[in-house]
Design a protein around this ligand. Structure first.
Ligand SMILES: Nc1ncnc2c1ncn2[C@@H]1O[C@H](COP(=O)(O)OP(=O)(O)OP(=O)(O)O)[C@@H](O)[C@H]1O
Length: 321
């Protein structure tokens, strides 16, 4: 049985007398991946900054691995954080960057070097070890940012909109790395995102904040043990449409495909059936597997959208949008 590594109770935060987060209570288990959703200004970043010990609660409390929030330096030893805007020294190499943070977290020089080499390999950056960060794409930077969160082997990882601004292929790749942080390393990952498809496709649990209050800490509203039908829309260059159709028709999740030609591109409307049984109990992951097939077949994805999700309906209902 997995143990609870983060407990938050009645967390409340005010700025200049104005409450922006009210009585937020939840728990995160080891090895879990939880989405933190909410409209702009709902309080997601404020919550993450509190859990990162950058802000103190006005009321309420939280603990990480039994360490109370009143001991921030000990909590920092147990958490990894990727903020929304992560700073990078553009002249540094990826290796120098990770060694710096590994040394900061207490590793001696040789251990820091070997840890950073391992992490760069794990996050698909093994070939970029000595490349200066100014030459990194956004996707590479975000993977490096994920690697950085792990230098202290944290129990809890806090990620603020890590996939923002990535192309569809970069997004799916990053989501896979995020999933492996929970599944393979056992970290409890809290992922703030505006992308409902991402939350549904990658996360075990969903927290929805609205106006500073938690409106849902239930499991994702996709039905865990029955089939869920979704429609995915892919826009690809016209010359790639037939490859895309062939690749998709081989997927066990795909029920129906239709293709519409426009002047410059083709739009594929793909109905998939996502069954918890066929995806090892990970709800929603069928859509990511379908996208992964296209990415692996080198089909350029100009755009990708999910036309229908149950989470979308629930989100709009709960946040009264
Ligand atoms: N330092 C601060 N001083 C005053 N108000 C603040 C401060 N930080 C956040 N707020 C306010 O708190 C509320 C919640 O902001 P927060 O950034 O946590 O929301 P969010 O859910 O992360 O939004 P977004 O999705 O737009 O990033 C907003 O009304 C914001 O203006």
């Amino acid at each position: 049985m997995s143990s609870t590594v983060l407990k938050a109770s009645d967390l409340t935060r005010s700025f200049e007398g104005q409450e922006v987060l009210s009585d937020v209570s939840f728990e995160l288990d080891e090895g879990s991946l939880t989405a933190l959703l909410g409209p702009n200004g709902a309080g997601k970043t404020t919550l993450l900054r509190m859990l990162s010990t950058l802000l103190t609660p006005t009321q309420g409390w939280f603990e990480v691995c039994g360490i109370p929030y009143t001991n921030p330096s000990k909590i920092r030893e147990q958490i990894g954080v990727l903020p929304e805007s992560n700073g990078y020294y553009s002249g540094w190499t990826a290796q120098e960057y990770l060694v710096y943070f590994a040394r900061l977290s207490g590793h001696p020089p040789d251990a820091a070097k070997s840890l950073s080499r391992d992490l760069l390999t794990d996050f698909g950056l093994g070939d970029a070890t000595n490349v200066p960060l100014r030459a990194f794409s956004r996707g590479m930077r975000q993977r490096l940012g994920l690697a950085k969160t792990l230098v202290n082997d944290p129990a809890v990882v806090l990620l603020d909109e890590p996939t923002l601004g990535l192309d569809p292929s970069g997004q799916v790749t990053l989501e896979e790395y995020i999933q492996s942080m929970a599944e393979d390393r056992g970290a409890a990952v809290l992922l703030s995102t505006h992308d409902l498809q991402e939350a549904e496709a990658t996360c075990d649990d969903i927290l929805i904040l609205n106006d500073g209050q938690l409106v849902s800490d239930e499991h994702a509203p996709t039905v865990e043990d029955s089939d869920v039908e979704r429609t995915l829309l892919f826009r690809v260059p016209r010359e790639a449409a037939s490859t895309a159709r062939d690749v998709l028709s081989e997927s066990e999740f795909v029920e129906e495909i239709s293709v519409e030609e426009t002047v410059q591109s083709s739009e594929l409307r793909v109905t998939i059936v996502d069954s918890a049984e066929s995806t090892d109990g990970r709800r929603g992951s069928a859509s990511n597997r379908v996208i992964r097939r296209l990415v692996d077949a080198d089909v350029p994805l100009l755009n990708f959208e999910v036309e229908t999700t149950q989470l979308r309906d629930t989100f709009f209902e709960l946040t009264e949008q």
